[in-house]
Design a protein around this ligand. Sequence first.
Ligand SMILES: [Zn+2]
Length: 73
Amino acid sequence: MLHNTVDGPDGRWNVRRIAAAAAEKTYRCPGCNQEIRPGVAHVVAWADAGDGDDRRHWHSSCWEMRHRRRPGR
Ligand SMILES: [Zn+2]
């Protein structure tokens, strides 16, 4: 699967963009704590240093804004 690698102040992340047609489930966005409904294009991100267990689905806009509003850990 194709993904991009992005470097940020919180480390290196792998990011995959999910097209609307490929979004078939409802996910909980860690950025805004709202649902990402089927049919909504969004992103999946996971830490490059991890093993993929921290993979999360984000609204595209929430992912871009994550440094302003971080999820709790
Ligand atoms: Zn969101």
